[in-house]
Design a protein. Sequence first.
Length: 282
Amino acid sequence: MGDYILETQNLVFEYPDGTKALDDVSIKIKKGHKVAVLGSNGAGKSTLFLNFNGIFRPKQGVVRFKGEVVRYNHRSLCALRQKVGVVFQDPETQLFSSSVFQEVSFGPMNLNLHKDEVIRRVNKALVQTGVEELKGRPTHFLSHGQKKRVSISDILAMEPEVIIFDEPTDCLDPKHTLQIFELFEQLNQEGTTIIFSTHDVDLAYAWADEIIVMQNGRVIGCGNPIEVFSDNVLLEQTELLTPMVMDIFSELKLSGFLDENNEIPRSKDKLLEIIRNKRKSN
Ligand SMILES: Nc1ncnc2c1ncn2[C@@H]1O[C@H](COP(=O)(O)OP(=O)(O)O)[C@@H](O)[C@H]1O
Ligand SMILES: [Mg+2]
């Protein structure tokens, strides 16, 4: 199998109206990595994610999970979706049960787990996303942000090996965004591979191990965050902004305050540390 948990090879996907949403997409995702997918609206991010767990079937090319080509019969798809979970961008399209508890228990119940195990998983998932107090509430009346967190619990309760989050912080306030990323970090530390799409370049830059850039259904760039955001041709082509930490760091180097020896920081805290150390040494 090698190091890759998910791969696509020359993937082409067309919607029934003929829209070609993925065009020759070949991607390799390393097990245990945190991967951010960037690209403007309509680039193909959501379509790619739904191909990753077999909800969509490609017109050409293949998806591989742990080296095995994904097959589209009921049994193989059930097995795949147990291992590769997708949290939809819009929770309204994901949630369908009447109460929060029913909603989150639906997936594990279908795995034929013992009832105690189902309850353990549901409670754990609700605590992880901070919605345990909503357990008995009808999903229908929750706020959009609460629905989003319940939709994340849905997938966590399946305990998949890969979790794909389609714009996870869409409609979350800053406090819950931070909480969700702390949770992602914890899941990743436990070995879960995390793939997410976002328009937040600062977040992608600080947190991802690898960034994939999409445009018009194609992958037009990939690499570690520093490689991707140092590629001026790519940035111009996609109109991606550079992360603020990188901008300020370059400006401080240009102005002569910092020299070439400093490693490019990935977070605001790291940048502040470099500036403070420099001031102390002056
Ligand atoms: N149900 C659909 N039917 C037809 N075209 C669609 C459908 N959903 C998405 N598309 C088109 O597919 C392309 C990729 O969309 P999408 O994967 O949603 O992009 P992203 O998630 O990057 O915003 C866009 O051109 C979009 O208009
Ligand atoms: Mg999308």
